[in-house]
Design a protein around this ligand. Structure first.
Ligand code: CP
Length: 325
């Protein structure tokens, strides 16, 4: 267990050692137990987390706000459109100024080619920890919750096969952050990682290279596939979700046309039956019901999506308690 994480930013888990990530998971389990039995755990009394959102959220906002309150502190929700950012406040100014008001700054900025750079600029100017609530490249708190869920449901992740598959959705061109962070982190835990997608939906090459290297070092494996059925076959964990074809085109109309070629990439009971009989279905949500995944699978016995969503709360409390003391 690592005990010197005070003041650390969490922008990507790639910048945290495996020992440090293990510490987050251990503390998250302890905090989950504490909440279940009503054990006092107000480790951040009077601390304030500033939560700056450039993009909508159901789970991230609610779980961070509940989490900091349960730790004895307060969450200040700030919608970017209500600020003076569009009138000139720079990332550096946000870091300097919010760093003086708050004990931690959490940011969601998912704009392609912008989000991660913005969060890093704020972090460089801030005297307090900066937490990435999702950018264009990473979604670290989602992936930590996913890791905790896999450990709870499947035990030791080593040697387990996870299929991180693209699925069709019609709602909008989603960020690459969830699949990218999944292939990065699960390989570090010795899993056999399958990345499954049509050719136009490639992830960032540097992330794919890091994911391959992470798996190699941890004794796992990394494979890119282009057939959803093959990806599901024999898997222990399936994580099919939509993402945008950002590396192919940033044009909304063109991306919609490309997506229409693959409307049969849906997670359904037939595909789930190709996986291990005790396989679990995961999704970060929101999902396009009956387009991206059928109701029967999403609401069925192999789905762990609500436990997965709950675990956002526990891992976020762990990171806040470790970094914002
Ligand atoms: N999974 C996730 O980040 O959900 P929200 O977009 O609702 O926060």
């Amino acid at each position: 267990m690592q005990t010197n994480l005070r003041g650390r930013d969490l922008i990507t888990t790639q910048e945290w050692t495996k020992d440090e990530i293990d510490t987050i998971i251990e503390l998250a389990m302890d905090l989950k137990r504490a909440r279940a039995v009503g054990r006092e755990h107000s480790y951040l009394r009077d601390k304030v987390l500033g939560m700056l959102f450039f993009f909508s959220s159901t789970r991230t906002r609610a779980s961070f706000e509940a989490g900091i309150a349960q730790l004895g502190g307060h969450g200040a929700f700030i919608d970017s459109v209500t600020t003076q950012i569009s009138h000139g406040d720079t990332a550096r100014e946000i870091g300097e100024i919010y760093g003086r008001y708050f004990d931690g700054i959490a940011i969601r900025q998912c704009d392609w080619g912008v989000g991660n750079a913005y969060i890093r600029e704020v972090a460089a100017a801030s005297r307090v920890p900066v937490l990435n609530m999702q950018c264009d490249i990473y979604h670290p708190f989602q992936i930590l919750a996913d890791l905790l869920t896999i450990i709870e449901k499947k035990g030791d992740p080593r040697g387990k096969t996870i299929a991180v598959s693209w699925a069709y959705a019609s709602s909008y061109q989603k960020p690459l952050s969830v699949p990218q962070d999944l292939i990065l982190l699960m390989g570090r835990y010795g899993m056999n990682v399958r990345l499954v997608h049509p050719p136009e939906y490639a992830l960032m090459p540097e992330i794919v290279d890091q994911a391959r290297e992470n798996a190699r070092r941890a004794g796992g494996s990394f494979q890119i596939m282009d057939n959803m059925d093959d990806g599901f076959a024999g898997a222990d964990i399936v994580y099919p979700k939509s993402w945008g074809c950002w590396l192919t085109t940033e044009d909304t109309a063109t991306s919609a046309t490309i997506g229409h070629k693959y409307t049969d990439w849906i997670a359904d009971e037939r595909r789930m039956a190709l996986a291990q009989s005790d396989a679990i279905y995961m999704h970060c949500l929101p999902a396009d019901r009956n387009i991206e995944v059928t109701d029967a699978l999403l609401d069925g016995p192999q789905s762990v999506v609500y436990d997965e969503a709950e675990n956002r709360l526990h891992v976020q409390k762990a990171v806040m308690a470790l970094t914002m003391r």
